[in-house]
Design a protein around this ligand. Sequence first.
Ligand SMILES: Cc1cc2nc3c(=O)[nH]c(=O)nc-3n(C[C@H](O)[C@H](O)[C@H](O)COP(=O)(O)O)c2cc1C
Length: 196
Amino acid sequence: MKNLLLIVLGLVIITSGVVFALNNKNDKTKITEGANMNNKVLVAYFSATGTTKQVAQNLSSAINADIYEIKPKVPYTKEDLNWMDKNSRSTVEMKDYSSRPEMVEDNFSTDNYDTIFLGFPIWWYIAPTIVNTFLERYDLANKKIILFATSGGSGFGKTVENLKKSVSSSTEIIQGELFNNNPSKDELKKWAQSVL
Ligand SMILES: Cc1cc2nc3c(=O)[nH]c(=O)nc-3n(C[C@H](O)[C@H](O)[C@H](O)COP(=O)(O)O)c2cc1C
C-alpha cells in the first residue's frame, strides 16, 4: 500500500512538472510573437483609387497591426489623377519634388510605433509627394520604415532615395515589395515576418 502511494505521488509530481513546462513554453511563444508581430507595428498607407488600400487592410489584419490612412486634405478627383494631362494636379505635384500636398488634420501620433509598414501607389516612378508630407509631419527618428507599393508595372525606381530626404539619418527606410497581384493574408504575413 505504501509503495502504491509513493508511485501515485511520484506520477502526480512528474505530471505537474510536464504541464508547467508546456505552459511556460506556450507563454514564451506568445511573448515572442507579440514582440515581433503585434507590438508597436503600424501599417500606414496612401491610396487614391483603392488598390493599395486593399493590400494595406489585408496586411494589418494579417499581422494584427494598427492601420492609418494618409488622407489628403483635398481628395484627388479623377481629373486630378489624369497622368496624361500635363496640367492635372498629380502631374503638376509630381513634377515638383518639393510639393507637399496637405494631409487632413488629426490627432494621430506615430510615437507608439517602432516599425511602420508604409504603402502607396507608384506615381511617376516614385512615391506620391503626400508620402513625404506624412514623413515630415512626425518625428520618426530611430524608427524602421518598410515600404510596400502597387503600380501599373513600374518598380520602386528612386523611391527610397527620394523619401530619405524627408526623414532624419537615424530613420531606416527599407525598400519592401511591390504587391501588384493582391496577395493573400497568408502571403502578406510571411512577407512581414521575413522583413521584421
Ligand atoms: C498620377 C499617376 C501616376 C502613375 N504613375 C505610374 C508609374 O510611373 N508607373 C506605374 O507602373 N504605374 C503608375 N501609375 C499607376 C498606379 O501606380 C497604380 O494604378 C496603383 O496600383 C494605384 O494604386 P491606388 O489604387 O492605391 O491609388 C500611376 C497612376 C497615377 C494616378
